[in-house]
Ligand binder design. Structure first.
Ligand SMILES: [Zn+2]
Length: 418
């Protein structure tokens, strides 16, 4: 009897020292609590088997759950240790991982209970953990210890950042996603740091440099108007949409050369200038002179023009906000004008009376044959967000110009961006 007790105590001391040596402090404390409990153990060996005893001293064959003896915690099913059970089970200290009947404080990974799938660290569900964890069928996003099956967004592991949709790494997603450091170009589940170009998110098109949206590539916008996104320059330059909603990338002109048109002091994109000259020469044969008035304008000139207009409106009694809104109806803010791209020409003058000039009549009849369109028609002001400008003609190429002339669409409509 005495010998048996001594062996039991030695076993308990051994189990405790093992626990202290091998397990983290918190787990060790729980084990020490369990083996030093003065009220005795739930599990007692009876007829060579461990049985679960209720507080009244009888064997409880209906009990299922964790229970302790001097060797630690065990999973009990119908009053006896269930050595076939592996999975999560609960005691007063939390949820633990059980391996073949015994609480396993070496387990790290994911495990299920009736409430979901959980992140287990050193045998215990770790509700302080938020991040990525690997399960049998790949990486999962875990929030406060629980696998979040609906998570969509970015998350990080030791290999880098990943894009999740519905709780799993989404290898099919191509596009922009956001983390605390900015917007990134995602491909094959992770950031493609080799991507350079444009990409779209809900806020519009952006310049992407080495996989990251380059905010410095867009003009700083300080006006009391919705901030435009960056124009998509990945398609045909002829159909570049630059307007109140899409501003030019800051480096747009790096790949564009500007040349003087028709011996004037006005410049256009070198790919547009010869087309303008063809149109000019054709009109001249009809005795109509399409004298260039304003072609390419620098960002700074556009900025001066726009801000002068705001100042002028303020001097007429407008608030700064309303002065800005009114200015934007007649002059596009810097970076959002086709003149900043060298793709449009104001012809002869900037006056409403141009609508009644022979030049306007000629342009309406023939400009499409040379690839030019009336960019801001009278009946499209709600779409173009700019007043009717009979003098402003934009090059889009012959096919698109003819198509728009035939359909009556403005550029926004033609591009499906109205
Ligand atoms: Zn213009």
């Amino acid at each position: 009897m005495k010998k048996t007790t001594a062996v039991k105590i030695l076993s308990a001391v051994f189990a405790l020292s093992f626990a202290l040596g091998a397990y983290p402090a918190e787990a060790a404390r729980q084990i020490s609590l369990s083996v030093s409990a003065s009220e005795g153990y739930d599990l007692r060996k009876t007829d060579g088997e461990w049985k679960y005893y209720a507080s009244d001293g009888s064997i409880n064959y209906s009990y299922s759950g964790l229970a302790k003896n001097e060797y630690g915690w065990w999973y009990v099913s119908s009053g006896e240790i269930d050595f076939s059970y592996s999975g999560l089970a609960k005691n007063q200290y939390g949820w633990f991982y059980v391996k073949e009947g015994k609480l396993d404080l070496t387990y790290n990974g994911l495990a299920d209970n009736e409430y979901g799938t959980w992140y287990v660290k050193n045998g215990k569900i770790d509700t302080s953990f938020t991040g990525m964890a690997k399960g049998n069928d790949g990486w999962r996003y875990v929030k406060n210890g629980k696998v979040d099956k609906k998570y969509t967004g970015m998350a990080k592991n030791q290999y880098g950042w990943w894009y999740f949709s519905n709780g799993k790494i989404d290898y099919s997603f191509v596009g922009l996603a956001k983390n605390d450091y900015g917007w990134w170009y995602i491909q094959n589940g992770t950031i493609n740091t080799k991507y350079n170009g444009n990409a779209r998110n809900d806020y519009g098109y952006w310049v992407v440099k080495n996989g990251k949206v380059d905010m410095s590539a867009t003009w700083k916008y300080n006006y009391a108007l919705p901030t435009p996104s960056v124009a998509d320059t990945s398609g045909s330059w002829k159909l570049l949409l630059v307007n109140r909603d899409y501003s030019l990338p800051k480096n747009y002109l790096n790949s564009v050369s500007l040349v003087y048109v028709c011996n004037s002091s006005e410049r256009l994109d070198s790919r547009v200038a010869p087309e303008y000259e063809k149109m000019y020469n054709a009109a001249a044969k009809d005795g109509i002179y399409l004298t260039p008035c304003s072609g390419y304008r620098s960002y700074d000139l556009q900025k001066r023009n726009f801000e002068n207009r705001i100042s002028s409106n303020i001097s007429y009694g407008y608030s700064k906000l309303n002065a800005t809104i009114e200015a934007s109806k007649v002059i596009l803010p810097p970076g959002t004008s086709e003149h900043n791209a060298g793709l449009a020409m104001d012809i002869i003058c900037v006056q409403d009376s141009f609508e009644y000039s022979p030049q306007y009549k000629w342009l309406c009849a023939h400009a499409q044959d040379y690839g030019f369109i009336l960019r801001y028609p009278k009946d499209k002001q709600s779409i173009t967000k700019i007043v009717f400008e009979p003098w402003h003609w934009r090059y889009v190429g012959v096919d698109a110009a003819k198509a728009m002339k035939n359909s009556g669409q403005c550029l926004e409509e033609y591009l499906g961006k109205a």
